[in-house]
Design a protein around this ligand. Structure first.
Ligand code: HEM
Ligand SMILES: CC(C)=CCC/C(C)=C/CC/C(C)=C/COP(=O)(O)OP(=O)(O)O
Length: 310
């Protein structure tokens, strides 16, 4: 970074706008990060070992900073696309409130720091998984797949599936069948989560030339795929119960929530392939967030209930 004036300003077309702390926080995609961090934290707390609360805190901070760092580098790389889309054109980089070099610097710095923090505070397995998640999101999803194939979300979505497995590894030093089940859960959840949004934002993606499924294959195919993914998700969602890691409190919640997700996908599928589908798609997008948060919240609740009951 150069002098203070440059650090604190972003330039676009000769305009100079002040960069606020809020802009740097926005570069870390804090709202998405909140759910990423929650799934990572649950990975730590459901592991069958005692972890000191301070160690848990450091692991969660490392996941938060790693996720923010990846989001920051993603925004740096996509500043041209973000300028073309209504949803993203007011972000700090396309709006010219932060200089691109500063965003890249922050992203790289936080990436390195988060992995080192994880290594020092927990173990090398968790640190390596965090590094893989960051690299996957930046190189595989953002740089390689996003602009090339409508399968970008399916393959690239793996990045967002790492945090619960990272949390579990931070606690145990290992990757277990439960860690893998939680990875698969988020992995299969991501396409219906994202395609619900992409259905009512497809005009944005078309304008920016991003080959998202509704743009390339159309709304009908997207809606079919969403039904398929929610159906595949059901058995994976109840897998932690089937594996014996948690009991039937979680299993029942997972079954009910998954049937609700399938119901939303079918409701979207039944809509016409025009703008009248937007309402149902928005509802499904919102439900996807509640679904994942409630499912992960049910895991420790189940363990507490089982402990009290048994
Ligand atoms: C490659 C995988 C994913 C893609 C492409 C994706 C895409 C998106 C997009 C485009 C939005 C709208 C953001 C906005 O309005 O600016 C969004 C919102 C959101 N996503 Fe995802 N997502 C993915 C994975 C995840 C994961 C793994 C999580 C958490 C575990 C997550 C949690 C959220 C949350 C909480 C929001 C709402 C943010 C808000 O209210 O502004 N997403 N996602
Ligand atoms: C620990 C770690 C590295 C976690 C990563 C978590 C992760 C991959 C989250 C994905 C979240 C997200 C908003 C993707 C947006 O895709 P986009 O970039 O296509 O969305 P945009 O159009 O809003 O920029």
């Amino acid at each position: 970074m150069s002098d203070t004036a440059h650090t604190l300003t972003g330039r676009i077309d000769g305009d100079v706008a002040p960069a606020r702390v809020r802009d740097y926080i926005d570069l870390l995609k804090p709202r998405v990060m909140s759910l990423v961090v929650f799934t990572g934290w649950i990975g730590v707390v459901i592991a069958p070992v005692h972890v000191h609360p301070f160690k848990t805190l450091l692991a969660v901070i490392a996941i938060a900073l790693g996720s923010g760092a990846a989001g920051c580098i993603n925004m740096w790389y996509e500043r041209d696309l973000d300028a073309l889309m209504a949803r993203t054109r007011n972000r700090p980089l396309p709006a010219g409130r932060v200089a691109p070099d500063d965003a890249l610097g922050l992203g790289v710095l936080l990436s390195v720091f988060s992995v080192l923090l994880m290594a020092v505070s927990t173990n090398l397995v968790a640190a390596a998984l965090l590094a893989v998640a960051i690299l996957f999101y930046v190189f595989i999803y953002t740089i390689w797949l996003k602009r090339r194939t409508p399968q970008n979300i399916v393959i690239g979505g793996a990045a967002g599936a790492f945090p619960p497995m990272i949390g579990w590894a931070a606690a145990t030093g290992d990757v277990s069948s439960v860690g893998i089940a939680l990875f698969l859960l988020v992995f299969l959840w991501t396409p219906p989560h994202f395609w619900a949004l992409a259905l009512y934002r497809s005009e944005d993606y078309r304008r920016a030339g991003v080959p998202m499924l509704p743009v390339v294959a159309g709304p009908r195919e997207t809606k079919c795929q969403m039904v398929i993914y929610t159906l595949l998700l059901l058995p994976v969602a109840i897998a932690p119960t089937l594996l014996g890691a948690v009991g039937w409190v979680y299993g029942t919640v997972a079954l009910a929530l998954s049937l609700g997700f399938i119901g939303h996908a079918i409701a979207v599928w039944r809509t016409a392939d025009d703008e009248t589908a937007f309402g149902a798609a928005r509802k499904m997008f919102r439900y996807s967030l509640i679904y994942l948060a409630a499912l992960f919240a049910a895991l420790p609740v189940d363990l507490v209930v089982s402990r009290i009951a048994g």
